[in-house]
Design a protein around this ligand. Structure first.
Ligand SMILES: [Zn+2]
Length: 192
């Protein structure tokens, strides 16, 4: 009981010290957080690379310049890939237009309603795929190429001479669609 008068100052002092160290730790910690110089994402002290963009914030100058060079290269690649995907999309629009014109022309020349309906359906399918290729270029262009090749094969079975009709346009469309598919594949790889 008689020691009670002595102890409280020690307790108070230790509380003040403990409080000071805890607050110091809490306040000084945010200052140590490094932010990515490229995207401002906080980088924890045990990380060398930014978890968001991959910039080697704690890496060597060589690693940093390598990152920038890679980013320029990737941007150029994805720009080219997007251009080729656009060519693929335009090819789908061209086939849509061609099957529409073919259906109308065939209908007026031969009064063939079945061909008109089939061409109309194909036109809608190609237009739909062209539109869809904005969100899902790979699957839309692959489906477009498959539908296109199938119609060429079916036409060739019905009338073998059709395979040579507009052969240059056919080859160009297949080339553009294939290039678009290839680019969509590469773009998907770089994005993962
Ligand atoms: Zn970053």
């Amino acid at each position: 009981m008689k020691k009670e008068g002595v102890c409280p100052p020690f307790f108070i002092l230790s509380f003040i010290l403990a409080f000071y160290f805890i607050m110091d730790e809490l306040i000084s910690r945010p200052e140590e957080v490094l932010h990515c110089s490229q995207c401002q994402t906080p980088i924890s002290s045990d990380h060398k690379f930014c978890v968001n963009c991959g910039f080697p914030e704690r890496g060597s100058d060589r690693e940093k310049s390598g990152f920038h060079a890679n980013r320029v290269l990737n941007a150029r690649r994805s720009q080219m890939a997007k251009k080729e995907i656009k060519s693929g999309r335009n090819s789908l629009l061209i086939i849509a237009g061609l099957s529409f014109l073919f259906g109308i022309g065939y209908f007026f020349l031969h009064d063939d309603t079945a061909t008109l309906i089939a061409s109309g359906i194909l036109t809608i399918v190609y237009l739909g795929l062209a539109y869809w290729s904005q969100q899902r270029p790979l699957i839309a262009l692959v489906l477009g190429l498959l539908v296109y090749l199938t119609t060429i094969v079916i036409n060739a079975i019905v009338d073998p001479e059709t395979i040579y009709k507009g052969i240059i346009v056919k080859v160009l469309i297949i080339v553009f669609l294939s290039k678009g598919i290839n680019s969509a594949l590469q773009l998907r790889k770089t994005q993962i």
